[in-house]
Design a protein around this ligand. Sequence first.
Ligand code: FES
Ligand code: MG
Length: 591
Amino acid sequence: MDRSDNSKPRLRSRRWFDDPHDPGMTALYLERYMNYGITREELQGGKPIIGIAQTGSDLSPCNRHHLELASRVRDGIRDAGGVPLEFPVHPIQETGKRPTAALDRNLAYLGLVEVLHGYPLDGVVLTTGCDKTTPACLMAAATVNIPAIVLSGGPMLDGWWKGRLSGSGTIIWEGRKLHAEGKIGYQEFMEMVASSAPSVGHCNTMGTASSMNSLAEALGMSLPGCAMIPAPYRERGWMAFETGRRIVGMVHENLRPSEIMTRAAFDNVVAAAAALGASSNCPIHMIAIARHMGVEHTLDDWQRVGPGVPLLVDCQPAGRYLGERFHRAGGVPAVMRELLRASLLDGSVRTVTGRTLAEDLADVPEPDRDVIRAIDAPLRERAGYVVMGGNLFDTAVMKTSVISPDFRARFLSDPAHPDVFEGRAIVFEGPEDYHARIDDPALDIDEHCVLVIRNCGPVGYPGGAEVVNMQPPAALLKRGIDALPTMGDGRQSGTSASPSILNVSPEAAVGGGLALLRTNDRLRIDLNTRRVDLLVSDAEMAARRAAWTPPDLPNQTPWEQISRSLVGQHGTGACLEPATLFLDILTTRGE
Ligand code: FES
Ligand code: MG
């Protein structure tokens, strides 16, 4: 079908509620929806029926605030003349789901596609928050292509511990080190961690949750300013109300995701990700969203747009502050304004407001410069992701905004070879193996080593584990070496400040080059050429490949088995491949 087709004779929902060809079925549909208070006049009166895709539940504390916000969304929908119908989305809780929440992104996506396609909905409010809820919702909205708008639940308030900011996730990495070094006990570690979660809301650092909500806004899929309003703030309720109002207008205007999520909009996202110091999970999710939209936007585009863009936002883990302060400083609109002025964005793209991005940003006030820097006085130049290659893998990403001066001085400052590190590989077969052996003296780990973890990709783990930010052995920590170069086919938490080489694709479990690596092999990492190379002969590589056998991958649930058989690699969004291959033959898309 023609995705740019704007003709829409009447509301989609009327095919259920007002079908002149089958009045019997119409009566059947009406009867059930009328039995809890919605009137026949409302359902048949030409009012848009608006879904509220509810991602909050007791199992999903990061999104739980949406249970309350939904009533404000309903008010907004009704105020604008729509009829709200709220329904649950498969829960995705980043910290609670085993083996990993990432496994459920594609499952929630599939479920939401069926709901949006199969029920009488004219538009949908996507309630987003915790890491994978945002991409799952946007992937589904892209696939079905009915009018859709994102409502972030908002980050938690800023956390404080002993008089200083304590950011969710980031403080855990710090606390773990202090605990491993014996500087704090378990009780204090727990208090430290709890301090970083002071209210309802999602992670207050620029981890994957705040990053993905910010990028949804940068993409044009939420109202301006939506992403970073802290969950408990009064403005969050207003934003919920206005989002409910706006989706009704979008239905009347027939403003579809396909008109907003364009290639130019995805380019804008890459620039925004660099300026924000966004999570290293973002390329995976944004590539997946683009693919489900049918837009060609790959890691090559991340490499084309991102590396030249400076880091502007001083938020943890790349900087100092947290979400509440970032919001007060001006939030995402202020960052976008800065990028637009420097011609690093395409201002002509449309957003959910129906206006262009440039129009949305026209009246954005001057930000607090302590938190949101000017383009000519950034926190760090050239801060986007770097896409790596080499003889071990096709693609991997490195988040350069978190390479600290310390790390650079220690590992990348050989005057003869700047930005090059050569070291001995220490290979772990997964997180269990890492925890069991990291302190084994026989490994003889020193500052000339690269910690490598494998079998942690979408197939191997399954879902892809957030484990690549491995901390050095306690013996090195005690000597003050608090980071080593790390690499792996897993992901890492967006709250981590570790400059790892991540998302290595293809992964070891499907026979990627990482599978051939052995402990004590020599690795050369060259940031100038963007390569990682295993320094062994081609003949040796070929011999190792010939001897390789696929690992045994036991499944614990039916979905693990299904996912493993269909999922692609991190470098291409870790999508269920058939779901994107068949997009063009979804005959009812957008209808
Ligand atoms: Fe859910 Fe961070 S763990 S938002
Ligand atoms: Mg995470």
